[in-house]
Design a protein around this ligand. Structure first.
Ligand SMILES: [Zn+2]
Length: 302
């Protein structure tokens, strides 16, 4: 029963949170006062997830996606290059922070497996790297005339107008699945208090819900830190922070952010994403965000 005091604290915290009308972005300001993470908490393991993969030109599998493509490059290659650089830099810049990559080769890894790797390695933070693209626009064109009336044809036109970065954090569309991932992590985490079925134990369920709330707050906060670096320091155009039901984020029972690093189908962004300089700049920004995040979550409360 060594965790009883902690659980009481979490219970009363969760009661307090129940009465906060909305868990808005403003709540991230209270992150440093989160007692659950502040007491001796260390950011030990970071999961870096290079989006997509697969060396086959066309996607044959329903769950595997080969990602966005530009005029000469593919998302799967750009994200792998970024992830490998990020791993190298974290190991150089941030002592005692272990980096686990969900893929190190061109081969694709399923979304389930990616989340599995994150949970098995007990990640403290999950960063998924992607490149964006826009779907073709459909426009109606006059292709001729018949009986003095125009004849229209619908044509697809590539849309290269998307640019800049976008942060995605998990939204609550799949809360049931996320809850299961959290429960599983708690059970596998060896906390004997949690070895009973949490659904039969209201207190355990409250604890699981509190974890869920904590991931959301921290995920949004991490997204803000990365976004700020990419926009304020690097001068990138940005599309903000969005909550979305992203599969790989909801199955990873830890704070998780998906970073759309740029539009690979936009000529300027594609050149930036493929350049040594652009990649190093993106990696340096994510490193600064991780350092800030680490300092905040490890800060011992007074
Ligand atoms: Zn993607």
């Amino acid at each position: 029963m060594k965790n009883k005091a902690l659980k009481r604290l979490i219970y009363s915290l969760s009661l307090m949170i129940t009465f906060v009308p909305s868990l808005s972005f403003a709540l991230t300001a209270h992150l440093k006062h989160d007692t659950v993470v502040a007491t001796g908490y260390k950011l030990r393991t970071i999961i870096v997830d290079p989006g997509h993969g697969g060396s086959h030109p066309s996607g044959a599998s329903g769950t595997f996606s080969h990602g966005a493509s530009g005029s000469y490059s593919f998302e799967r290659n750009v994200t792998l290059a970024l992830a490998l650089k990020l791993q190298k830099e974290i190991e150089k810049e941030i002592p005692n922070l272990k980096v686990v990559l969900t893929r190190t080769t061109e081969d694709d890894v399923s979304l389930q497996r990616r989340a599995g790797i994150a949970n098995e390695n007990k990640g403290d933070l999950f960063i998924s790297l992607h490149c964006n693209s826009l779907p073709d626009r459909h426009i109606r064109e006059v292709v001729g005339h018949k009986h003095h009336k125009p004849v229209y044809h619908t044509v697809s036109v590539p849309d290269h107008s998307g640019r800049g970065v976008l942060m995605l954090v998990y939204g609550f569309h799949r809360s049931g699945e996320e809850e299961n991932a959290i429960k599983q992590n708690l059970i596998e985490g060896g906390d004997t208090e949690m070895n009973s079925d949490p659904t039969n134990d209201p207190e355990s369920l409250i604890l699981a819900n509190e974890y869920k709330r904590k991931y959301r707050r921290q995920s949004i906060h991490m997204a803000e830190l990365i976004d700020t670096e990419l926009v304020n320091t690097d001068g990138r155009h940005n599309e903000g922070i969005r909550e979305q039901g992203v599969h790989v984020l909801c199955h990873s029972a830890m704070p998780a952010v998906l970073v759309e690093t740029g539009y690979v189908d936009n000529p300027d962004d594609e050149a930036y994403l493929n350049s040594e300089d652009g990649q190093n700049t993106i990696v340096a920004s994510i490193i600064r965000a991780i350092i800030s995040y680490k300092a905040e979550v490890e800060q011992v409360s007074p």
